[in-house]
Design a binder for this molecule. Structure first.
Ligand code: ATP
Length: 359
């Protein structure tokens, strides 16, 4: 069932469209991550969902009811911001119970509910502390408990982990996901971190320049990126530029085979993407095998990256730690790009050149 739905939502600032005709359905009880680079419009979109901004055009519905112009305080939404925005002069318990106190809930009930929420986020015993006496991770849990105090219909989080260090961030991602599943609450998380989105989300909506590039499960998005942008933004990809030729793709002097003939006119410019871990190194397979010279080896512990100069351009191949043990800098080795691992996109004149997309 769809809890919250956006239809053709737009937000314009002067001539610039921060959000450009976005339509998204957020299923009941699921966690959706809005993912994209800085400035793609994800915070603006979340603020419109929260009622903190009014869309220039489009409608937002909750359970079929139009809430587009309903002010934030009339929506039963819980929000956690980047900064947590906790009250330093109040205790942890008072912070968690704040909204209930404002709403006139009797003090004893506020205290009891706050203590229950503090149990939920594993902060038993911290109720009487001041915010300044907590670590970053504990503050984040207080912010989560506070947002959940009013039993929100929708839970909104804007870069909720950005103030935490890398290790704690990973732990909190798992904790938050488990909590969200336990409560079954419809949740939207804004993040620019693809690992965070993949750890927590049932569904990822990838945004770029105010528009939705793709929406799907983490696996769908990783395995079948709909555009070159998504292939480069989620995980890593080797990009190659080529031309369609009789159902195959010519990259330089090499004719690459696809799992089924490409549906492009002969001579059409295309972009190919291939994940580093899909490249087979040191073995000659039947299809798509070329020779490459190893120019750099990056040992990452569980895996190693081999940078190679090849007739297809510069490629990166990721191998398990026990694969390609004998390979070293300067070696020339066969490498294969399995047809089923190739993704193909139409190429405009201004598309990115061949190379390695950033992680
Ligand atoms: P980040 O990850 O850096 O927070 P974002 O994806 O959340 O980025 P937004 O904050 O939604 O992006 O901004 C989208 C675009 O809208 C940006 O180009 C930004 O400069 C612009 N923008 C946002 N708020 C305003 C405003 N009040 N007035 C004018 N332009 C704005």
């Amino acid at each position: 069932m769809c809890a919250l739905a956006l239809k053709d939502i737009r937000k314009a600032y002067g001539d610039a469209r921060a959000v450009d005709d976005v339509s998204i359905d957020f299923p009941q009880g699921e966690l959706t991550a809005l993912l994209g680079p800085s400035g793609c419009g994800k915070t603006t979109l979340l603020r419109m969902i929260a009622g903190l901004e009014v869309p220039t055009a489009g409608t937002i519905t909750l359970g079929g009811r139009d809430i587009t112009r309903l002010p934030a305080h009339s929506r039963k939404f819980g929000m956690v911001f980047q900064s947590f925005a906790l009250f330093p002069h109040l205790s942890v318990r008072e912070n968690v119970g704040y909204a209930l106190t404002i709403a006139g809930t009797p003090r004893a009930e506020v205290m009891a509910r706050a203590d229950k929420l503090l149990d939920l986020v594993q902060l038993q015993g911290f109720a009487d502390r001041r915010i300044g006496q907590l670590s970053g991770g504990q503050r984040q849990r207080v912010a989560i408990a506070r947002a959940l105090a009013q039993e929100p219909e929708v839970f909104l989080l804007d870069e909720p982990m950005s103030a935490l260090d890398a290790k704690l961030r990973e732990e909190m991602q798992v904790e938050l996901r488990l909590l969200q599943q336990r409560l079954g609450i419809t949740t939207i998380v804004v993040t620019h971190d693809q690992r965070e989105a993949m750890t927590m989300a049932d569904r990822i909506v990838v945004m770029s320049k105010g528009k939705v590039e793709q929406s799907g499960s983490p696996q769908q998005i990783y395995q079948w990126p709909a555009t070159g942008f998504v292939a480069g933004f989620i995980g890593r990809a080797n990009f190659m530029e080529g031309l369609a030729e009789n159902g195959k793709i010519r990259v330089g002097d090499v004719l690459l085979t696809l799992p089924k003939p490409a549906n492009f006119l002969n001579g059409a410019p295309v972009q190919l993407a291939c994940r580093p871990e899909a490249i087979r190194l040191g073995t000659s397979e039947a299809a798509n095998t070329v020779k490459g010279t190893i120019t750099f080896v990056r040992d990452l512990g569980p895996v190693r990256d081999f940078h190679l100069d090849t007739p297809l351009g510069k490629l990166v191949a990721e191998q398990g730690a026990d694969q390609g043990r004998n390979l070293k800098l300067g070696d020339t080795v066969p490498l294969s790009l399995p047809p089923e691992a190739l993704r193909i996109y139409p190429r405009g004149i201004a598309e990115s050149p061949m190379g390695m997309a950033a992680e």
